[in-house]
Design a protein around this ligand. Sequence first.
Ligand code: HAM
Length: 423
Amino acid sequence: MLQRPKGTYDLYGDDALKILYLKKIINSLMDKYNFKYFQTPIFESSEVFHRGVGETTDIVSKETYDFTDRGDRNLTLRPEGTAGIVRCFIENKLYAEPMPLKAWYFGSMFRYERPQSGRNREFSQFGVEVFGCDDVIMDAEIISIVVNLFSLLGLNGIKVNINSLGDKESRDNYREALLDYFKPYLNDLCDDCKSRYEKNPLRILDCKVDSDKIVMKEAPKIADYLNEESKNHFEEVKKYLDALNIDYIVNDNLVRGLDYYTHTVFKVDADIKGFGSQNVLAAGGRYNNLVETIGGPKTSGVGFALGVERLLLALDAENIDIAECQPLDIYGMCMSDDERPYLLKIVNYLRLNGFNVDLDYSGRNLKNNFKHADRLGAKFIIIIGEEEVKNDFVTIKDNDTKEEYKIKLDEIIDFFDNRISEE
Ligand code: HAM
């Protein structure tokens, strides 16, 4: 039997309804913040991610799905959304528009990781990116989007972690300190970390292999290397988060697995008893050099992405059901094949007038049709026989009260409007 690839999943039933509902809530929240919806390709030229996410990150060095197409182009399935949105921003010269530009997106990402609960090879992210805004208020607003979304969904068990990686000068100083610190311990580190030492020592700090070693725990902290400007930036972030009444902890081990961050970084964890190890629900931060790195004019950026599957797991763990079932207003059936064209005409007319309508496709008998209408949860049933076709009317049965009505065709919209919109 053919099976789906490892680390992917099929979406149907209640889970599919939950995603639809989530998209609806996100769309309306994004309208409130005046963000605009963006959609970029699921694959990009590989260079977009090599330059954007960073050659030395695990994502690019170990986890991308790379392929060449029939024209020998090097392409990569997007492992994250930011680099593609930045490429779009530059290619379409969106920097010429009034700033800030506030974008949101929702879609599949691909990472070749070891699958487990909350970690898939194809997964969905809801993300936002803001360009051309240096105001620190934006760092706090971005975090507030995640917090407000969770609060709209009724999810309380979350923990906001923040840190600052500072500007380039602060990071350069910190880099020097890490090189000095790790030099005598190089033999104790894994092979990957040895190569990270050469290329990007900050990456050593998010090594999953060495994370428990004392040498990692006692490594210098970025907070001690922030210059005045970077310290002020971070203090302002905290001030605005306080103004928004957002609880957070300062986590000075937070460096994040992507190369592009400057100043604020944050992650939001599920703080739910018994929740699996993949508990980071959303993460992001500021990236003031990324647009330039990918080939655009110097423009600041800030954003986050939220793992949709992990959010659904967190909602399940808290027994919050967001599956929103669309009610079926009307079910249509006829007494014989001769009436099918008339039934189809009425069903189409009702749908165009805003009702949710299904019909009998398999010529069931009356009893089985009533049973099926019940199974579908139909509020009303319309029954078409020879008489109805001849005299242009419809027999309608209220599936709750079991009352029957004979309604002329030109009155059925009023009939249903009065009964269905009343609820
Ligand atoms: P990230 O931390 O790599 O950041 O991913 C963001 C979120 O995507 C994670 O916190 C997690 O919830 C979810 N996620 C990541 N990998 C997987 C996976 N294999 N399976 C399920 N969920 C996963 C970024 O992607 C950045 N682009 C965020 C950003 C936007 N920063 C600035 N703007």
